[in-house]
Write a protein that binds this ligand. Structure first.
Ligand code: KIV
Ligand code: ZN
Length: 543
């Protein structure tokens, strides 16, 4: 069933439920369920769970909520919000998302035991539609070395856990971890039995990214051929990208009967990551004649979703990344440019506008008022509250004073720079740097704390380090810089510098962002932003 993109999320959600119900009503003449005829593919987004398992990524509950709202706007069918038993922070984030984000199914990951499932349901119970996602490994390698269980024990535990989860929730997904490397006959038995136990979705992951596409397609087909009750559940694929084949494998799974695909924005996730959500969506759209599948996404939210996830996780996007990389739609060679000017389809298989990339060249500057600023943001699709708009406008004015032209890319960075979203215990008032060849870099920093100012000076191996040491002296919080990323938002000498740093404080990782035309200032702001996150978490969340 094709759904109008303009529909409200809750209406879309009702339609999704209706679609699922209609499918489950398709009986054949013998009374058994026939294979679902619909070509609708369900998108299960795991950016906030598997994606957050990317090394160095740590999102707080508010950041996760913001991403979840955006995923709902994008129109994914399921948001896997986290792994509630993993930590109190994870629990709170899943609960916050379940309580607030409507129009999509909210899932929580649980190991196959009662304690995990109890905790998972506790976090999910406020959701408009909840799914408990239970997983247990089925491959001999995992059974022998990780779980020290026999196949029989695994099967029993899988079935019991699905039955237990069913007491709480009608929608239960079972994942056979490392399914692709499992014995196919044993896996088929597991799938059949968990469906009998009530699993509505059975996920068959390539956990270690070992498969190649033709093989993975055949693997899904083999499961369909072996499992008698396969059409009573939706079969899902979840592919990792260790050999760079996660998207191709996922698509091969969909071409062979899987109806749900698990993926993450920008392909983030464990190790080399998960299948990239935007690549799957656009492959299904662009190659519709080949795949003949439907999704329910709002295509023009793709780019914004990608940028938001990149900015909040601090994981930048390679310029040549398909769909959302800076160069994805740039034509450099003369022959290509000539061809595109004559007829875009010569070298262009997708339109950047479709995924929400603006091709409008309007620029704002220091004389632009609040109205023009708001209108441009609206055209770019940003939905800001009055408070957020005021804060973003203040930021815009500061930057416009130093930079002649503010482009759409600058505006995106300004909106994404939500230093104010975390209460600013410490804010930068003044920064003086003395640095050069053959002198020891020295920094003097003045920070505002409530309505008082504190100043400190320090040295370092470079000007950024000197300034961070001075910040440490004032805050008495000592951060260790793990990752430092400086990105020029646009080209030109007056380009905005965007710094994303990941800082370890008391054994936890915090991501900070800073934006300025001065890269040392952007660096210090990003460091202070991470410290404010730490302070806020320690003193506000823990109260
Ligand atoms: O990769 C994997 O197998 C997983 C499962 C927990 C679904 O992430
Ligand atoms: Zn995974």
């Amino acid at each position: 069933m094709a759904v109008d993109f303009g529909l409200l999320p809750s209406v879309k959600f009702l339609i999704l439920n209706l679609e699922l119900k209609m499918e489950s009503l398709k009986f054949d003449i013998n009374g058994g369920l026939i294979m679902a005829q619909s070509n609708r593919i369900y998108l299960f987004d795991t950016t906030l769970r598997d994606g957050e398992q990317s090394p160095g990524v740590s999102l707080n509950a508010d950041e996760k909520l913001e991403i979840a709202y955006q995923l709902a706007r994008l129109g994914v069918d399921v948001i896997e919000a986290g792994f509630p038993i993993a930590s109190p922070g994870d629990f709170n984030a899943v609960k916050k998302i379940a309580d607030n984000v409507k129009g999509t199914i909210i899932a929580a990951l649980c190991r196959a035991n009662q304690k995990d499932i109890d905790k998972g349901y506790e976090a999910l119970k406020g959701a408009e539609a909840a799914r408990i996602h239970v997983f247990l490994a089925s491959s001999d390698i995992h059974l022998k070395y990780k779980l020290q269980k026999s196949r029989e024990e695994m099967l029993r535990q899988a079935v019991e856990s699905v039955k237990y989860a069913k007491k709480y929730c009608s929608d239960v997904e079972f994942s056979a971890e490392d399914a692709f490397r499992s014995d196919i006959d044993f896996l088929a038995t597991v799938v059949e039995e968990v469906i009998k136990a009530g699993a509505t979705v059975v996920n068959l992951p390539d956990t270690v990214g070992y498969a190649v596409p033709e093989e993975f397609g055949n693997f899904i087909k083999a499961i369909f051929n072996r499992v008698a009750n396969i059409n009573e559940a939706i079969i899902s694929v979840h592919c990792h990208d260790d050999l760079g084949m996660a998207v191709a494998n996922s698509l091969a799974g969909l071409a062979n009967g899987a109806r749900q695909v698990e993926c993450a924005v920008n392909g983030i996730g464990e190790r080399a990551g998960n299948a990239s959500l935007e690549e799957i969506i656009m492959a299904l759209y662009t190659r519709k004649l080949f795949y003949n599948k439907e999704t329910n996404v709002n295509y023009n939210e793709i780019y914004r979703t990608s940028r938001l996830v990149s900015s909040l996780t601090g994981m930048s996007i390679a310029p040549n990344k398909a769909i959302v990389g800076k160069n994805a739609f740039a034509h450099e060679s003369g022959i290509h440019q000539d061809g595109v000017l004559k007829e875009p389809s010569t070298y262009e298989i997708m339109k950047p506008e479709l995924i929400g990339i603006s091709t409008n060249n309007i620029v704002l500057g220091k004389h632009s008022g609040r109205h023009a600023f708001r209108e441009r943001l609206k055209e770019l699709g940003f939905v800001l509250s009055d408070f957020e708009l005021d804060k973003a406008f203040e930021n815009f004015k500061d930057i416009a004073d130093k930079k002649k032209e503010i482009t759409d890319e600058d505006l995106e960075a300004i909106v994404a720079d939500k230093a104010w979203a975390i209460p600013e215990r410490f804010s930068l008032e003044y920064l003086h740097i003395s640095s050069g060849t053959n002198i020891i870099p020295t920094a003097t920093v003045k920070l505002a704390i409530e309505d008082m100012s504190f100043e400190a000076a320090s040295t370092g191996d470079g000007p950024v380090e000197a300034a961070c040491h001075a910040v440490d002296k004032i805050t008495d919080i000592y951060g260790k810089m793990h990752r430092y990323k400086l990105n020029a938002v646009t080209s030109g000498k007056d380009a905005l510098g965007e710094v994303i740093s990941t800082i370890e404080i008391d054994g936890k990782i915090y991501t900070g962002r800073g934006l300025s035309t001065d890269i040392i200032e952007a660096s210090v702001k990003s460091y202070i932003n991470a410290i404010n996150r730490h302070y806020h978490e320690k003193h506000i969340y823990n109260n």
